[in-house]
Write a new protein. Structure first.
Length: 623
């Protein structure tokens, strides 16, 4: 096996004071004093939020060391990320509430990130390194008034690590493990991952430099005999300076390179194909705080180059510039307002260069009443260079009843979203259609959240989504298989229920579970399960050892067999995973993970490989 070594990458960030609760106990994800940010952009207690925001804290990330970001997110209610159970380079499809990739927005350190050249203009979640992330918030439901285009079903808000304490600090995370199918349990070391985070803080200046590398071998993309290699390199450099008590600036630079072999898609068979994606992002932001408010400026430049070496080689080069300027102001500690302007300019080189831009002014206000009545409402005017102006809005009331050390909260919301066709759908090499119309979505939600001190939290949400002019990739000539992006003539309806439970069964013994039901009158999209269950039982032994056993059930789904061009039903499956973490010393810990303990045989994508039982060992060193 080839040897691969970590490339230490040097990067700098200006650490602005971001109030997120980094030290919360993630085995109790829903706490009375938990602060959530994503649904309002203000730091509000969870009891005053009208949404059930999912928080993945630093502790939960540490308890899942060795697993990818998408594997962790895929255990949360209402989310199915197809491709996480296949070979490392598999394309990922994120399904939330019946929607697809282009309706899920990813935000990293306050900046919207996407790839204008990709089919759905989504951000490639494979680029994320869990060891470089501080926390994640997932806001489900329409959030376009605050976050703009693509935030129709969910926002994944990621906060990367920064220098938190004075002096120098070194954080090293290293792991190795197997990468094997259910039928070939050879237990060869086929997956190696290393990450180094170096931070420094001296008074008003803070610096972070981080570098990581992952190499994976052992599995073929399509069911076959050859192995498809996967490699990811990532680094970021951050520097921040607190000029005064009121004014700070931060700068950042991110670099990611993904290299993966892949196989032929039609017919599906082994092939010597290769895919490379290289991304650079530079950001600058500043915050000026004044009495009862603050003014923030976030700006970034992102460049992505992708190349495919296959029977149909292709190269894509895209750029995007993002500017978000907003003012936050609080009236009498009850009314929180935010008013801003969001500008995004996207360019992509296909046969020639194409571009589009949006200029969106927006306004959002939150009322937090002493009697338990809370209201979150906002408006946004989307001004698109190709499609003109479109007005969207949201209203999100909630009512809280205090019960001893807990509460009972009722929530509801109604929101509209607007998703313009992306450059690939309009002008790309496959199925482009310059006559496409934008999608228009409406989402209705209603539910409750019940909390009994720190011992029990239960929430349940019903959602109902409607999509007009849904953009689909359809076959227009069955003889030549010619296909094109087109707006659906029918309105698509989706509804469902998301239920979550967190409970402290006994001292240091935590149980969490969630259930998602998704339904549609016309039938769900390919690979979307109607029912999904996740459950985790975690136990802390004498504050040094954590043992976690997790379970995931995915119901029947529909997929297409391209050998016969017919739809087939994929059987349901259940997976059990084990996670063990032990602190040997204050600065040294080790971890062991065993995925698919029972070596379950299942299909995630027709004719593609899925993972069997796999084992991973690793350590973390803090100096």
């Amino acid at each position: 096996m080839k040897n691969y070594f970590l490339w230490p990458a040097v990067t700098v960030l200006l650490c602005a004071k971001v109030g997120a609760q980094q030290e919360q106990d993630s085995t109790r994800t829903l706490q009375l004093n938990e602060v959530v940010v994503s649904d309002t952009r203000f730091e509000l207690k969870r009891e005053n939020s009208g949404k059930t925001v999912i928080t993945i804290s630093q502790k939960e990330l540490e308890q899942n060391q060795g697993r990818s970001v998408v594997e962790i997110i895929n255990t949360k209610s209402g989310i199915e990320i197809n491709g996480t159970r296949s070979y490392a380079g598999q394309n990922l499809s994120t399904y939330v509430r019946g929607g697809n990739n282009r309706q899920v927005l990813v935000v990293i350190d306050g900046i919207q990130v996407s790839d204008p050249s990709s089919t759905s203009a989504e951000y490639d979640l494979r680029l994320l390194n869990a060891a470089q992330i501080e926390s994640i918030e997932i806001l489900k439901g329409a959030a376009s008034t605050l976050y703009g285009n693509s935030a129709a079903t969910a926002v994944i808000n990621i906060i990367t690590k920064k220098a938190n304490k004075e002096g120098l600090a070194l954080d090293v995370i290293s792991s190795f493990g197997t990468n094997q199918t259910e039928a070939d349990q050879n237990y060869n070391i086929s997956d190696i991952s290393n990450t180094v985070n170096l931070t420094a803080k001296d008074g008003n200046i803070s610096v972070l430099a981080s570098g990581g590398h992952q190499f994976t071998d052992g599995l073929s993309a399509a069911i076959g005999t050859e192995s498809d290699l996967y490699s990811r390199i990532d680094g970021n450099f951050k520097v921040g300076y607190q000029f005064t008590d009121r004014f700070n600036v931060k700068a950042s630079a991110f670099y990611n390179k993904l290299n993966s072999d892949y196989d032929n898609g039609f017919p599906i068979e082994d092939a010597d194909f290769n895919f490379t994606s290289e991304q650079s992002r530079f950001g600058l932001s500043s915050v000026y705080t004044y009495e009862n408010g603050s003014i923030a400026i976030n700006t970034a430049f992102n460049q992505i180059t992708r190349a495919f070496e296959s029977s149909f080689p292709a190269t894509y080069d895209s750029q995007s510039y993002i500017l978000d300027v907003f003012n936050k102001y609080t009236f009498t500690n009850k009314i929180h307002t935010i008013i801003g302007v969001n500008y995004i300019d996207s360019k992509t080189l296909f046969f020639e260069q194409y571009n589009s831009n949006t200029v969106d002014p927006y306004l959002n206000a939150v009322y937090v009443g002493e009697q338990g009545i809370n209201i979150n409402a906002g408006v946004r005017l989307n001004n698109h260079s190709e499609y003109g102006s479109n007005f969207i809005y949201n209203i999100n009331p909630s009512y809280r009843i205090s019960i001893n050390d807990g509460y009972l909260k009722f929530m509801g919301s109604y929101a509209t979203s607007y998703i313009a066709p992306n450059l690939s759908q309009l002008y790309g090499p496959f199925g482009a259609n310059s006559d496409l119309e934008p999608e228009e979505d409406t989402t209705l939600e209603g539910g409750l959240e019940f909390k009994v001190s720190d011992a029990l939290t239960f929430n349940a949400i019903y959602f109902n989504r409607k999509e007009d002019d849904r953009i689909e990739y359809v076959t227009i000539d069955p003889n030549t298989f010619e296909s094109q992006y087109r707006n659906s003539a029918e309105t698509a309806y989706f509804n469902g229920v998301e239920v979550g439970l967190n409970s402290e069964i006994a001292k240091e013994l935590i149980f969490s579970a969630n259930y998602t039901y998704t339904n549609s009158k016309e039938g769900l999209a390919l690979r979307v399960p109607k029912n999904k269950i996740n459950a985790t039982l975690g136990y802390d032994i004498k504050e040094k050892t954590f043992v976690g056993l997790s379970y995931q059930y995915v119901s029947d789904r529909t997929d297409t067999d391209f050998a016969t061009f017919s739809d087939v039903t994929l059987d349901n499956f259940s997976l059990f995973n084990l996670q063990l973490k032990h602190n040997f010393y204050n600065n040294l810990s080790g971890f062991l993970s065993v995925d698919n303990i029972l070596n379950e045989k299942y299909t995630e994508l027709v004719s593609y490989t899925t993972k069997g039982r796999n084992v991973r060992l690793g350590f973390r060193l803090n100096l």
